[in-house]
Design a protein around this ligand. Structure first.
Ligand code: R5P
Length: 291
């Protein structure tokens, strides 16, 4: 017997996942004490296998809660724990970019490996580390991709779209989405100068008159997409839409995208957001079924 545990702010995704699997779904109940600590409550008896659904956008407080909840689940009967984290934080900090920087990806991975037998995520930002198995040493790591789902959505909304990767790292997702739908694609190059300062160069190819869709794994401040959209519109693109797996859209990101001339903003429900239009519930359920 297996059950799914989820937090109140992710029930919209947890429900269809549990329904597809026919697993009981329980909420991890939280009480926030005035001093910032949290009391967690789980079902008093748990089956031998328990899967947690917890996206790790805005990760710092969530990690403490997740670690406590997982430890509690073991005491309440769970012998095997899986984590489904549709957005896995800290994956970009995968190398010591300047001397003394903590390689957070490595340490978060080790922490998760201490707690969970299986870690499933969607479109993790893996570039210098090849697989999720390497992220969680000694455990099973599974990287799902929403590329095909996003590609199908885009093709239905914008037939004949030209897909554009805003940087080289997005090529893997854009190429997969384009090939699946028989669409053209281009790969831009990006230089990041700061959290909110990037330069994007789109290759010399005809974008004039084309309906362009920028596709990426992640929109955080949105500046990568904003900069790419400005370049594409200046080069004569007829329209620019945006589709991302993880729509974090921090602070004024959406306003900036609109101001840059972006028409539609689409995202998967990996991260709950008003732009969600593609559900990864079937992907997550299939991966958990194979556990
Ligand atoms: C990094 O290369 C990712 O694929 C995204 O392009 C990046 O993280 C987006 O960040 P922001 O929205 O802050 O520009």
């Amino acid at each position: 017997m297996t059950c799914l545990l989820a937090f109140d702010d992710e029930m919209t995704l947890a429900r269809p996942v549990a329904e597809r699997l026919g697993w009981p779904l329980h909420e991890v109940q939280r009480h926030r004490f005035p001093d910032g600590e949290t009391r967690l409550r789980l079902p008093p008896r748990l089956p031998s296998r328990v899967a947690f659904l917890r996206g790790l956008q805005q990760p710092n407080a969530k990690l403490t809660e997740l670690w406590l909840a997982a430890a509690g689940a073991r005491e309440l009967g769970a012998a095997q724990l899986a984590l489904v984290s549709p957005y896995l934080a800290y994956m970009r900090q995968d190398v010591e970019f300047t001397p003394g920087e903590v390689v957070s990806q490595r340490h978060l991975g080790r922490l998760l490996a201490e707690v969970f037998e299986l870690v499933i995520t969607v479109d993790p930002h893996l570039h210098r580390v090849a697989t999720m198995d390497e992220v969680v040493p000694g455990r099973r790591g599974v990287a799902l991709t929403a590329s095909a789902l996003l590609g199908a959505w885009v093709a239905a909304q914008v037939p004949g779209a030209l897909l554009v990767a805003p940087d080289e790292e997005a090529e893997q997702w854009v190429a997969a989405a384009a090939r699946g739908q028989g669409l053209d694609f281009l790969v831009s190059t990006k230089q990041r100068h700061g959290d909110r300062h990037v330069e994007v160069s789109v290759p010399e190819a005809t974008v004039r008159g084309r309906a362009v869709v920028l596709l990426d794994d992640l929109a955080s401040t949105g500046r990568t997409l904003v900069t790419a959209a400005r370049v594409l519109l200046a080069r004569g693109a007829a329209t620019v839409d945006v589709a991302v797996t993880h729509g974090l859209f921090i602070d004024d990101a959406l306003d900036q995208l609109r101001a840059a001339g972006v028409r539609h903003v689409w995202s998967t429900d990996c991260v709950p957001h008003a732009s969600n239009c593609v559900s990864v519930a079937p992907l997550l359920a299939d991966a958990l079924r194979a556990w």
